[in-house]
Design a protein around this ligand. Structure first.
Ligand code: FES
Length: 146
């Protein structure tokens, strides 16, 4: 089996049996966003203790690439500090599934969950920050995501 076949199989597998799929009822932060091109949508719930993402789940609907990337992203994020989760980049997710050279039209499928994760982190930080200055810095970081 070639490398491409293995990645393809992983994507199909994750889309049939997504990891970390579901809701966290007593979450500390949740965020929702959708892909305007297809209407697919993802919610991410997180439990945060001592500035660490102790639990993370996603739910919603999406294509196989979207579901696979959401599974991988939530696996990568679980257990990380907020600071380290903020540093997760698109290639950290795409690389796990051999999708670094994805066509532009599918890239939004692959990165929807990363966009939701970052927005959830900024929401959490914004809600737990006293300094207006820091909040402005976060807003700027969020608007420069993609
Ligand atoms: Fe909708 Fe991929 S087709 S997220």
């Amino acid at each position: 089996m070639s490398g491409a076949d293995i990645y393809h199989e992983m994507i199909v597998d994750y889309s049939r049996n997504p990891i970390n799929y579901g809701k966290i009822e007593n979450h500390d932060v949740t965020f929702h966003d959708s892909n305007p091109l297809c209407g697919d949508s993802i919610d991410i719930d997180m439990k945060i203790d001592d500035d660490k993402v102790t639990d993370i789940k996603f739910h919603g609907k999406g294509c196989a690439i979207c579901m696979a990337c959401s599974s991988v992203l939530t696996e990568i994020t679980k257990g990380k500090s907020i600071e380290d989760a903020r540093k997760i980049e698109k290639n950290d997710v795409l690389g796990e599934l051999g999708l670094e050279h994805l066509q532009a039209v599918r890239i939004k499928c692959a990165l929807l969950s990363l966009k939701v994760l970052k927005s959830a982190l900024y929401t959490y930080l914004g809600n737990n920050m006293d300094e207006a200055q820091d909040r402005d810095k976060l807003k700027e970081e969020a608007s420069n995501l993609y």
